[in-house]
Design a protein around this ligand. Structure first.
Ligand code: NAD
Length: 469
């Protein structure tokens, strides 16, 4: 199937117009689902859940593997549709990579087993902790990694015997609807439904009394609203929210050796990544060398149209985010920041292109340091004392990821132990793995995804205690 065939499956005449960020061309029309569609989706999901749960782990895992096979078969068309709608290029850690991750996550989730656990067996009683399906899961996603994050929510939920209603971001609905139509080729009716619409549809879904669990990935501001809505029926929550990840480069790091990994840690998906490096603290003794090495890497990374095989950096996805990024860069300039690279929109490429912007000379308290930029800008801050760098890293009210860069593993570990974040990487930033739990602390959310912990998050624990005579 070509990407246009996929698009034709999900685009509806008269729906909301979706434009391609790189070109401004009209991509298609997204359905505008209503309250009635929501009721239908919820009723179908509830009706389908007992039979889906009754299939058992082995059969459900087999379905997940078949879904991965279907994604692999349509990988190129999905990647092209994703590139056109989201804006990320095909190559680099972008569209093809994202579609590959969807398949990999489905396979890994299919192979993961959540075992019953005997918690007490003392001759008087045997108590066993088991896990049952929750029921109906609402999955709400953002626009930056719409397919991969969708799969992160869907795969474990289905694996554990739940049914799922998905509400993709209003900025990237068509590629998610296309993905779901492919997954549905392997699923019974009602097990997985997508609702397309704006924030109101998301708000109505999370407030629905039949929703037992909400998997939410998006901004901290929306996350707070989801928490409030969940109070009515005490739906369980996994919240993957915003971040402002700090990286600390220790004085013994080798600037040239780490530059490439630092670059992708910050600029994967053109910086529009939750756990991207968003403020970099570098020891003053190597600050200039790190800046120079990073600028050297940036100069070699082509920024351009999403469908060009050359591009590894693309446009900002939407005008709202573009404005946030440009405003933060203007503010940085006004506060005396030095633009080492970039610093002004790349208007020759299109209205949503902004080049990689490395900014030095900023301090804690400056907006580009304190606020999540979620785009192609990185403040690089010089420090003299590692204690100050640790305090700076921990001073904000978010804690998704963090990183330490050093040639000395013990010293790096000692700093890593003191950083307040759900994930800390040493000599890397933002790498995720289907078996390594992922989640935030503080206002970056709570609950874990991936691996065995991720399965627990979409199940309800149940303890059976048997008396032993
Ligand atoms: P957003 O919060 O604006 O939207 C996320 C989703 O929530 C969308 O589908 C939207 O329609 C829906 N929504 C809006 N209002 C709602 C409501 N009241 N109730 C229920 N749903 C509602 O976020 P975004 O701009 O799409 O994504 C960017 C943000 O997401 C950034 O802050 C980023 O850091 C964060 N993010 C976090 C992770 C993570 O894993 N922690 C991953 C990706 C993105």
């Amino acid at each position: 199937m070509s990407e246009n065939d996929l698009l034709a499956r999900v685009s509806v005449p008269g729906g909301r117009e979706i434009f391609e960020p790189a070109t401004g061309d009209l991509l298609g029309h997204a359905p505008q689902d209503t309250k009635e569609d929501l009721e239908r989706a919820v009723a179908a999901a509830r009706a389908a859940q007992p039979a889906w749960a009754a299939l058992g782990h082995e059969e459900r895992s087999a379905r997940l593997v078949r879904m991965a096979d279907r994604i692999d078969a349509e990988a190129e068309s999905l990647a092209r549709l994703l590139a056109r709608e989201q804006g990320k290029p095909l190559n680099g850690p972008n569209a093809r990579f994202e579609v590959g991750a969807c398949s990999a996550w489905l396979r890994a989730t299919a192979a993961t087993v959540l075992e019953d656990q005997v918690v007490v067996d003392d001759g008087k009683q045997v108590s066993t902790l088991t896990y049952r399906p929750i029921g109906l899961v609402a999955a709400i996603g953002p626009w930056n990694w719409p397919l991969m994050i969708g799969i992160w929510q869907i795969a474990p939920s289905l694996r554990m015997g739940n049914t799922v209603v998905v509400k993709p971001s209003e900025y990237t609905p068509l590629s998610v609807l296309a993905l779901i139509s492919i997954l549905n080729e392997e699923l019974p009716e009602g097990v997985l439904t997508a609702l397309s619409g704006d924030r109101e549809v998301g708000a109505a879904l999370v407030a629905h009394p039949d929703v037992r669990k909400i998997m939410f990935t998006g901004s901290t501001a929306t996350g707070r609203k989801v928490v409030e809505a969940s109070g009515a029926n005490l739906a369980r929550l996994t919240l993957e929210l915003g971040g402002n990840d700090a990286g600390i480069v220790l004085p013994d790091a080798d600037p040239e050796a780490i530059a490439q990994d630092l670059f992708w840690g910050a600029f994967i998906n053109t910086g529009q990544t939750c756990a991207a490096l968003k403020r970099l603290y570098v020891h003053e003794s190597i600050h200039d060398r790190v800046v120079e090495a990073l600028a050297g890497v940036a100069a070699k990374m082509p920024l351009g149209p999403s469908l060009s095989e050359e591009s590894v950096l693309g446009p900002v996805q939407n005008a709202m985010q573009f404005k946030i990024v440009s405003d933060l860069i203007e503010d940085a300039r006004a506060r005396g920041g030095t633009m080492v690279t970039g610093g002004a929109p790349a208007t020759e490429l299109g209205p949503l292109f902004y080049p990689i912007t490395l900014v030095t000379g900023l301090h804690d308290g400056d907006r580009l340091v304190d606020e999540e930029q979620f785009g192609p800008a990185l403040p690089i801050i010089s420090y003299a004392d590692v204690e100050d760098a640790i305090a700076s890293a921990n001073r904000l009210d978010v804690g998704l990821g963090a990183s330490v860069w050093s040639s000395d593993p013990d010293q790096a570990q000692a700093v890593a132990n003191r950083l307040e974040a759900g994930s800390v990487w040493i000599n890397g930033h933002g790498g995720v793995h289907p078996m390594v739990p992922f989640g935030g602390v503080k206002a970056s959310g709570y609950g874990l995804e991936f691996g065995v912990e991720g399965l627990k998050a979409v199940a309800v624990p149940k303890v059976v205690t048997r008396k032993v005579n």
